[in-house]
Design a binder for this molecule. Structure first.
Ligand code: HEM
Length: 201
């Protein structure tokens, strides 16, 4: 006999199918998003006080009002970013999520997925599975996240952590590394937000 009613199991299966990421990933992701936005906008204000390049960021998109205010924001959000990031890394390794979601990444897989994406043939039927390009970008941005924290620590405490500053080739190079990592994160964010909005549409 066929039934037109929907069982509780079917409802929960449909709900489970819609949830792409587990709750802890979503909580850490959105906490990271808030911390990152504060770090980027306050970082731009810090940069404006002594620009590395021949331009300044508009005050419309900076946080803190002046160097001192921006540094306060930067160091406050730093704790949120670091604690959240450490929990994410610990859980990512402990639960095997990094291994399952981000590995393996093969050069041939990256090339074929890039070709498929450029010809609009990339499959999107299961959003919980990453293609090779996504795996590469997500693994890459995690590494950039680690480098920006380490370079940030090395320019924050160049005396106490002089071995770390030396590892970057000195204070001035660490500053450039910090800035380049910020630029990579912002570029990643633009693509990430555009693709995530597109996938949900
Ligand atoms: C633990 C994490 C971090 C620490 C300890 C840290 C620390 C610092 C310090 C001390 C400065 C001032 C450098 C100077 O005086 O010239 C700075 C600048 C800056 N930070 Fe961070 N930072 C961290 C994370 C981040 C993140 C996640 C971003 C953005 C994604 C960011 C973006 C910037 C930018 C754009 C500047 C200005 C670059 C410059 O002109 O030197 N920082 N950071």
């Amino acid at each position: 006999m066929t039934s037109l009613t929907v069982s509780d199991e079917q409802v929960s299966a449909a709900k489970a199918a819609k949830i792409i990421q587990p709750a802890w990933v979503r909580a850490l992701h959105w906490t990271n998003a808030v911390a990152m936005v504060v770090m980027i906008m306050s970082g731009w204000q810090i940069y404006n006080a002594s620009p590395l390049f021949d331009f300044r960021f508009s005050h419309m998109i900076t946080l803190g009002g002046w160097l001192g205010g921006a540094l306060l924001w930067h160091f406050a959000a730093m704790w949120l970013l670091m604690v959240n990031g450490l929990i994410y890394l610990a859980l990512g390794f402990a639960t095997g999520r990094f291994r399952k979601k981000l590995l393996p990444i093969t050069p041939s897989g990256v090339i074929s997925d890039t070709k498929a994406a450029l010809t609009f043939k990339l499959a999107h039927d299961d959003l919980s599975k990453y293609n090779n390009v996504q795996k590469l970008l997500y693994a890459g941005i995690i590494i950039v996240g680690v480098v920006i924290v380490l370079s940030g620590l090395s320019i924050w405490k160049p005396v106490q952590l002089q071995w770390l500053t030396a590892l970057f080739g000195g204070y001035d190079i660490a500053r450039y590394v910090h800035f380049i990592c910020m630029s990579l994160i912002v570029a990643f964010l633009v693509v990430h937000v555009a693709l995530a909005s597109d996938a949900r549409a």
